[in-house]
Write a protein that binds this ligand. Sequence first.
Ligand code: SF4
Length: 364
Amino acid sequence: MAKKMTKKAVAKKTAPKNQKVKVSKKSKKVVASPKKAKKAAPKKAAPKKVVSKKAPAKKVVAVKKATAPVANTQTLEASLLELIRSTSAVLPDDVQKVILEALEREEKNTTAEYAMNIIKANIELAKKKSQPLCQDTGTVLFYVNHPIGFDQGAFTKLIQKSVVKATEMGYLRQNSVDSLTGENSGMNIGPGHPSIHYHQHSKPTVEVRLMLKGGGCENVGAQYSLPYGPLEAGRDLDGVRKVILDAVHKAQGKGCGPGVLGVCIGGDRGAGYIESKEQLLRTLDDKNTNPSLAELESEIVETSNKLGIGPMGFGGKTTLLGCKISALNRLPASFFVSISYMCWAYRRQGVELSANNEIKKWLY
Ligand code: SF4
């Protein structure tokens, strides 16, 4: 307490005469407010022990009035809110296309066809009513590509503000809880949430991608360390293939299939999982530039769809909609295979922002 009084007293005595002095309760920083200057004329004497009346004005460390570090913040908030709304309610075209193709492949009058029809109806209804595709609006993951000199701190605050607004408007469920107490802030804001990943790129534009990843599918993600004895999976692509198929088999219908896999070969445990999720930012119709990985991706989908697990685990021909794999360097001592599983509610969208932060282009 004594320390706080000292800061306040020092500031009152040293601030310019036309400025009121406040002490922020949160930051304990001294803030000078020129607008309320007349009312703020200091009348109470500060504790004599601490403050000298002759303290020179030049020693004042004036805290500048906060300015918006990102241009057109209101426009940016509106753009981010629209990105969240659209991601929550509308599946990207490439995902819709693959789901409809899978529906066509399922045998008529089977439980699998019924499940795929329910999924199709759900997709259409959510889009029409602009409502979340699933009651679980998932972990909110932002991926921001930005040019040099970009203010990440300011952008993070605006993302958080937009997430709060989207939660209030029902685009996101109140879905983030304190891991120790179980308390729900009701705003989707807390340590680690939303999850925001920044990448500097060489372009002058800002691109914002958003993924909403459901809890059920996150729960069936897996990480293997090769060699993996139970499957006799060695440290090669055949070993990788074995553990990926094992993860699909273990998931059964629990991840709300048909699903899509993002896989990372190598890296450390943390980097592997991050990279495996970023693979889910690729479109389903793209082709891996590495021929070996492209072949493995196709093989995984083909083999998984012969396992008979099917949509929601009801049996059928569609267990996986896609598989995307990349590789990171690893230590000689380690060989991890990290697998992120995405459910049929594969919510990812992205925008490129214009110079004034309007949505210039949709990325999916
Ligand atoms: S895993 Fe996906 S489909 Fe299943 S409840 Fe969660 S968000 Fe919904």
